[in-house]
Write a protein that binds this ligand. Structure first.
Ligand code: FE2
Length: 211
C-alpha cells in the first residue's frame, strides 16, 4: 500500500474512503441483492468499529429533529451512504425505502419497529420495539422487509447511524405513513446537507511521508 494512503491520524476520512472503495468494488462485481446485503455487512461493521471519522458537521441534530446527511453517492447511483442523526426525542415516521439498505449504529442507540403493508394504503407492525446499539446492523429492502419506524433511544444526546442504500436514496420515490390519518403517502426525502465531506484532500498525510 502507498504509505500516504494508509490509516493515519492525518487522514481522518480514511475509514470512510476505504468503505466507499470496497463498496464500489462490490457493486461492480454483483447486482444480486442477497450478495450485496451479505457482503456489504462486514464492510459496514468495520466502518462502525472505527472511531472519530465522521466529521462533526454530519453528526448533529436538534432535539426532536432527525437529519439525513449525504456522505457519498456512487456516480452511477448504484449506492449512496448517509449519516442519519436523531436528536434527543426524535423519531422518523413509519416509512419504506424501495431499495436495499443496511442501517448500522455508529453512536448511541436507536429503537426500531418493523411494519408491513396491510391493504393498499395501510400498514401494521410485525415486531415489537427493539433496540439497536453501537455496532449493530439491520437490513431493509422490499424483499427482506422494507417498512419501519426508528427513534432515538436516548433522551439526552444524539444517536447516529450510517446507512448504505442500493440507490441515490434521497431521490427515490418512497412511502410514509401520515401519523394523523394512518394513510400511506408518497415522499422523496432529499438530504439535509448541501455539501459533502471532502474525501480527497489527503495532502497532510502525503506531506508527512518522507520521500
Ligand atoms: Fe429507514
Amino acid at each position: 500500500m502507498n504509505p500516504a494512503n494508509a490509516p493515519s491520524a492525518l487522514d481522518p476520512l480514511y475509514p470512510l474512503r476505504e468503505f466507499l472503495a470496497d463498496m464500489t468494488r462490490l457493486v461492480s462485481r454483483t447486482d444480486s441483492e442477497p450478495e450485496l446485503l451479505a457482503q456489504a455487512r462486514p464492510l459496514l461493521a468495520r466502518l462502525l468499529a472505527q472511531p472519530d471519522w465522521l466529521p462533526d458537521a454530519y453528526a448533529h441534530a436538534e432535539p426532536g429533529i432527525y437529519r439525513q446527511y449525504l456522505l457519498y453517492c456512487d456516480p452511477l447511483e448504484r449506492f449512496s451512504v448517509v449519516s442519519f442523526v436523531w436528536g434527543p426525542g426524535a423519531s422518523t415516521p413509519v416509512h419504506d425505502h424501495m431499495v436495499w439498505g443496511l442501517v448500522g449504529v455508529l453512536k448511541g442507540a436507536e429503537v426500531c419497529c418493523e411494519f408491513e403493508l396491510d391493504g393498499p394504503d395501510r400498514v401494521r407492525p410485525t415486531t415489537i420495539d427493539h433496540v439497536l446499539r453501537q455496532g449493530m446492523i439491520e437490513a431493509v429492502s422490499p424483499t427482506v422487509g422494507d417498512w419501519h419506524q426508528v427513534r432515538n433511544a436516548l433522551s439526552d444526546t444524539d444517536s447516529v447511524s450510517i446507512h448504505v442504500y442500493g440507490g441515490n436514496i434521497g431521490s427515490v420515490r418512497r412511502h410514509r405513513v401520515d401519523p394523523a390519518t394512518g394513510q400511506v403517502l408518497d415522499f422523496i426525502s432529499g438530504y439535509t446537507s448541501e455539501h459533502l465531506p471532502n474525501l480527497w484532500d489527503r495532502s497532510a498525510a502525503v506531506r508527512a511521508v518522507s520521500t
